[in-house]
Design a protein around this ligand. Structure first.
Ligand code: GUN
Length: 293
């Protein structure tokens, strides 16, 4: 069994991105610049956004954090996005999700200029990705594909089972892995909450991706011997002995499953760090006008 070290791989990629960031600065006199919008004070969102700002600093990007209180109106939020859309100093824009219930999340996503949509959530980017055109690809699926690439895990002809059909992980990943090319050329099965007998499908997986958000859902009896197992779960499970009072827990019961795998990602230190680096990569693409002019 080989443990896939997402932390180390992400560190390597951050170094590559730093080199490119310097090159951009020399060429145009400004650093790649990410604008992040955070609404409210949700603990998880606060942490994620703080990571994004810190990650930018580390690779030599500029970042602007725009904060709003929970009671911000949808119009006020849309107005700020309009402003960032036309600001030539801003390369990439993200709005941290989830948003309060009174704000239409989809409307907010679609208000971001797709050329600056470094989360890859805008329907233009999703649509372009589906038909194989250059597009911003959302950070987690991109990070997973990059791990498969860098660990030289062949995917062509393999059966890949993705458990979970979210817009930001399961669905885009299922599409990427079925595309022509390497990584890709998989036969993909997408399982979800309405799939009966889920183990019937997961047992066929040469590559099994767990992205459903249920801690330790994947047990040893659901995994084929020699499978590659990618764990996307990041649930905070209460644990009294932990310093924060919780422990980040994956969707795979690692202790049961690991010995059956050819490769497995741990939680933490697997997919998570790659998700963080995916956003930096997209911001770099935006600053270097690699996808849109
Ligand atoms: N909330 C959870 N994951 C994400 C993400 O990748 N981007 C944004 N904007 N919000 C999120």
């Amino acid at each position: 069994m080989i443990l896939i070290d997402g932390k180390k791989t992400a560190e390597e990629i951050r170094k590559e991105i730093s080199v490119e960031a310097k090159r951009i600065f020399e060429k145009r006199g400004s650093r790649p610049h990410l604008a992040a919008i955070l609404v409210g004070h949700d603990g998880g969102s606060e942490t994620y956004v703080a990571h994004k700002v810190k990650d930018c600093q580390e690779v030599g990007f500029d970042s602007t954090l725009v904060r709003f209180e929970d009671n911000v109106s949808e119009d006020e939020l849309l107005e700020k996005i309009r402003e960032l859309n036309i600001n030539p100093l801003i390369d990439g824009i993200i709005v941290q999700l989830p948003l309060p219930k009174h704000i239409n999340e989809q409307k907010v996503i679609e208000s971001i200029d797709f050329r600056k949509d470094v989360d890859g959530f805008h329907p233009v980017n999703v649509g372009r990705m589906v038909i194989g055109l250059p597009a911003y690809i959302s950070a987690t699926p991109q990070g997973i594909v990059e791990l498969l690439k860098r660990y030289r895990i062949t995917t062509a002809g393999k059966t890949c089972v993705v458990v979970g059909r979210s817009n930001i992980v399961g669905r885009p990943l299922s599409i990427l892995l079925s595309m022509k090319g390497e990584p890709g050329d998989c036969t993909v099965i997408v399982c979800h909450s309405r799939t009966p007998n889920i183990e019937h499908f997961t047992l066929q997986a040469d590559i099994l991706v767990a992205a459903l958000g249920k801690p330790k859902f994947i047990k040893a009896n659901m995994v084929k011997q020699g499978a590659v197992v990618i764990d996307v779960g990041t649930t905070r499970v209460p644990e009294a002995s932990a310093k924060n009072g919780w422990k980040l827990t994956g969707d795979v019961d690692f202790n049961e499953v690991a010995s059956k795998c050819s490769y497995i990602t741990p939680v933490p230190g697997g997919v998570g760090p790659m998700t963080r680096v995916g956003l930096l990569y997209n911001t770099l693409l935006a600053a270097s006008k690699k996808i849109y002019q």
